[in-house]
Design a protein around this ligand. Structure first.
Ligand code: HEC
Ligand code: HEC
Length: 468
């Protein structure tokens, strides 16, 4: 069996050299397509750097552009805000409580737990057992992304502005403050969300109507402006603009500036390879790259970030509170929530893959706990979804598994049909993905500030993620 597969794979990779479009893409299955007679530019029995370069280029995989350095005063302000609980209604949670440096800027949980809870990372607990509907994604290289959030609801517009769920409540003047695209706008949203940060009661932000986003933002700026150190930091970050003329867009843009400056990490073996270093990848990593680049993976995970910035259903099981969709109101319809199109139901953004080895658990709800298991999931993903029993989940989530498997499968991307991967291939692909890790992402404790201007406590878990 495995020898026959090996032969099939070799043929498949030859085939892929000649044609890499979606329609004629090679299938990952074991039956060798005997009729294929594509020319061989390079001897494929030895996977060479040259071969990998050709394959990457054919899938539009190019280096991520290094952003210009961001002015220090803005980075410093963004850092303070990201770690400061003052942005939450009851001053009990910061952005970095869910995007923990010790967990590669995620929280190491399937579903995040918002305000009103205690503990960090996997130990976090809410007294009412409340969860956020989705997994907290890492914050790496987001300046290169055009769509943010799992459903892409904060996205780059053609005119360079940012489209968000807030519509016109984000004014043209605020748009002009956003220097880094979608990542500048993102922080406008967690602060307005009652479950994540604002809370249902107990503070002046909670008293404001859900639809009145500008009032929430203004109240936050009053709160921040009451701290003289922050006023000085804002005015240093935006020379020439007095604090009273600023809006929360200035705060959000500063967080974006911090993320772009400090979390654009482009020193993985793969990045060094793309930059021209033929020796950056080990032979097993080159072999893994060949699989990734010739199989269907790179039909979706492509471009500089290894995300096509499109939305697909890859048959990930759903559980937890959901986004209020479907008959049970516990479904999460994903991209359909943004576009309203039935085709987009259960579709989520193709995840960018830098540092993916460090960001378990995986998928929009963290359904799959190890990287190898996520790769293995693509093999007969229909059967995997049907067999998913939630036994690997947080005990509080196990009983919340949704019985929507048929509906999720009905929308599964047709590319996944018939995909079968051998254990050997799963290992090769996993090895490739480990070449996407920048060592600097392994220990990010350097990002945690000593103190924040509000003098509220700074979350400081000491665990550092190990490789999975
Ligand atoms: C309660 C936990 C929690 C808090 C607090 C929180 N986040 Fe998140 N963050 C999440 C979750 C969950 C998602 C995914 C939400 C979705 O896709 O709908 C997310 C998504 C993001 C993303 C998008 C990443 C991507 O790849 O698209 C960014 C950026 C981000 N958060 C930054 C922030 C900032 C800045 C703050 C503070 C203003 C913040 N977060 C507060 C949990 C949290
Ligand atoms: C049809 C497009 C498509 C194909 C083909 C595809 N992926 Fe994905 N990938 C996605 C989408 C979309 C997600 C996010 C899915 C979700 O959360 O529901 C994802 C998620 C992932 C994740 C989890 C990342 C994270 O941080 O949560 C990994 C790892 C991954 N893919 C690797 C692969 C590998 C390896 C292959 C080839 C065997 C592959 N993908 C094939 C679209 C695709």
């Amino acid at each position: 069996m495995s020898r026959r597969l090996h032969v099939a794979l070799t043929v498949v990779s030859l085939f892929a050299l000649a044609c890499s479009d979606r329609v004629t893409a090679p299938r990952v299955v074991a039956d060798a397509p005997a009729r294929v007679t594509a020319p061989t530019p390079v001897d494929p029995s030895v996977v060479t750097p040259q071969l990998i370069r050709q394959l990457a280029a054919a899938r539009g995989i190019v280096p991520i552009q290094r952003p210009r350095p961001v002015r220090y005063a803005l980075v410093r302000l963004g850092q303070a805000l990201l770690f400061d609980r003052v942005l939450s209604g009851n001053r009990d949670i910061a952005c970095a409580t869910c995007h923990l440096p010790a967990f590669a800027t995620g929280d190491g949980r399937e579903l995040s737990i918002g305000q009103g809870a205690t503990g960090l990372g996997p130990d976090r607990r809410h007294p009412d057992g409340a969860f956020i509907a989705r997994n907290a994604p890492p914050l790496f290289n987001l300046g290169a992304m055009q769509h943010l959030f799992w459903d892409g609801r904060v996205q780059l517009r053609r005119d360079g502005g940012v489209r968000t769920p807030a519509g016109k409540q984000i004014t043209p003047a605020m748009q002009r403050v956003f220097e880094f695209g979608p990542v500048s706008a993102l922080a406008m949203f967690p602060v307005t969300n009652r479950s994540e940060m604002r809370a249902g009661s107990g503070n002046e932000l909670a008293a404001i109507d859900d639809d009145s986003l500008p009032q929430i933002w203004a109240a936050l700026m009053r709160r921040i402006g009451a701290i003289p150190e922050y006023r000085a930091m804002f005015e240093a970050a935006y020379p020439g603009t007095p604090f009273r003329a600023m809006t929360f867009a200035h705060a959000s843009n500063a967080i974006g500036g911090f993320l772009v400056d400090r979390l654009t990490l482009l020193d993985s073996p793969w990045d060094r390879f793309l930059a021209g270093n033929d020796r950056a990848l080990t032979q097993p990593q080159l072999d893994g790259a060949q699989s990734f680049l010739t199989l269907k993976c790179s039909l979706c995970h492509n471009g500089a970030t290894l995300s096509d910035e499109q939305f697909h259903d890859v048959a990930v099981a759903q559980f937890g509170p959901g986004e209020g969709d479907g008959a049970t109101t516990r479904d999460d319809f994903g991209r359909m929530r943004v576009t309203g199109r039935a085709d987009d139901r259960y579709r989520f953004r193709t995840t960018p893959l830098r540092n993916v080895e460090l960001t378990a658990p995986y998928g929009h709800d963290g359904a799959i706990s190890s990287l190898r298991d996520f790769v293995a999931h693509y093999s007969e993903s229909d059967l995997k979804l049907m067999a998913f029993d939630g036994s690997t989940l947080d005990p509080d989530l196990r009983a919340t598994l949704l019985p929507n498997q048929e509906a999720v499968l009905a929308q599964r991307d047709t590319l996944l049909k018939g995909v079968v991967l051998t254990p050997e291939l799963i290992d090769r692909l996993t090895t490739y993905m480990q070449a996407l890790t920048d060592n600097a992402a392994r220990d990010l404790t350097r990002l945690v500030p000593e103190r924040v201007p509000s003098r509220l406590p700074v979350d400081r878990p000491t665990v550092v993620v190990a490789s999975h």
